[in-house]
Design a protein around this ligand. Structure first.
Ligand code: SB7
Ligand code: NI
Length: 184
C-alpha cells in the first residue's frame, strides 16, 4: 500500500516535470499503480486506517506525487449532494472551460506540501474533462464546484504545476470580479 513515505515532497524536482502520456491499453503495472492510488485515498479518508498508518487525508492523488511521471491521477470525493466522484483517469484533458473563475475560501493544500500556504487559488469554475478510465474506455465529465477544483489541482500535477503557482504573491486574497467562492 502507498504510505506517506512514498509521496514525494515539493523539494523533489520530479514534481516540476511534465508527465508522459500513457500508452493504451494500460499495462498491468499501470493498472496496479492506479488501483493503489485509489486505495490510498480510500484509506486516508478512513479514520482508523489513516490513524494506524499515519496517512494525511486526501481527495486526490496524481502519479507524479509517487514519483511516477505518467499522466494519470485518482480522485475520490463526494459533493454537497452526496454525489460520489471516484475516478481514476488516464491522459486527461480539459476540452472546455468557463470564463468564470472559482476558488476555495479555505485555500488549497497538497500531500506534497508540508507547510500551510495561504491565499486563493483561482481556477475555472466549470470544466469539461476527457480522459480514459482504467479499462481504456473514454470518459467525459462536466464538473463544477469542488470537483472541478480538485480535478484541476490533479491535472496541474501532470504538468509540473503546484497550487501555489496560481496565488497572487502580492495580494494572495485578491478576488477578481465575479469569481465564485466555494466553501467546503
Ligand atoms: C484542496 C486539496 C486538493 C485539491 C484541491 C483543493 C487535493 C490535495 C491532495 N493532493 O495533493 C492531490 O494532489
Ligand atoms: Ni496536490
Amino acid at each position: 500500500m502507498i504510505l506517506m513515505k512514498d509521496i514525494i515532497r515539493e523539494d523533489n524536482p520530479a514534481l516540476r516535470e511534465v508527465a508522459k502520456e500513457v500508452p493504451l491499453p494500460l499495462t498491468q503495472e499501470d493498472i496496479d499503480i492506479l488501483n493503489k492510488m485509489q486505495e490510498y485515498l480510500k484509506n486516508s479518508q478512513d479514520p482508523e486506517i489513516s490513524e494506524k498508518y499515519g496517512l494525511r487525508a486526501g481527495v486526490g492523488l496524481a502519479a507524479p506525487q509517487i514519483n511516477v511521471l505518467k499522466r494519470m491521477f485518482a480522485v475520490r470525493l463526494e459533493d454537497d449532494n452526496g454525489k460520489k466522484y471516484h475516478y481514476s483517469l488516464v491522459n486527461p484533458k480539459i476540452i472546455s472551460h468557463s470564463v468564470e473563475k472559482s476558488y476555495l475560501t479555505s485555500g488549497e493544500g497538497c500531500l506534497s506540501v508540508d507547510r500551510p500556504v495561504v491565499g486563493y487559488v483561482l481556477r475555472h469554475a466549470r470544466i469539461t474533462i476527457k480522459g480514459y478510465d482504467i479499462n481504456g474506455n473514454e470518459i467525459k465529465l462536466r464538473l463544477k464546484d469542488l470537483p472541478a477544483i480538485v480535478f484541476q489541482h490533479e491535472l496541474d500535477h501532470l504538468n509540473g504545476v503546484m497550487f501555489y503557482d496560481h496565488i497572487d504573491e502580492n495580494n494572495p486574497f485578491s478576488v477578481p470580479e465575479g469569481a465564485i467562492p466555494i466553501e467546503r
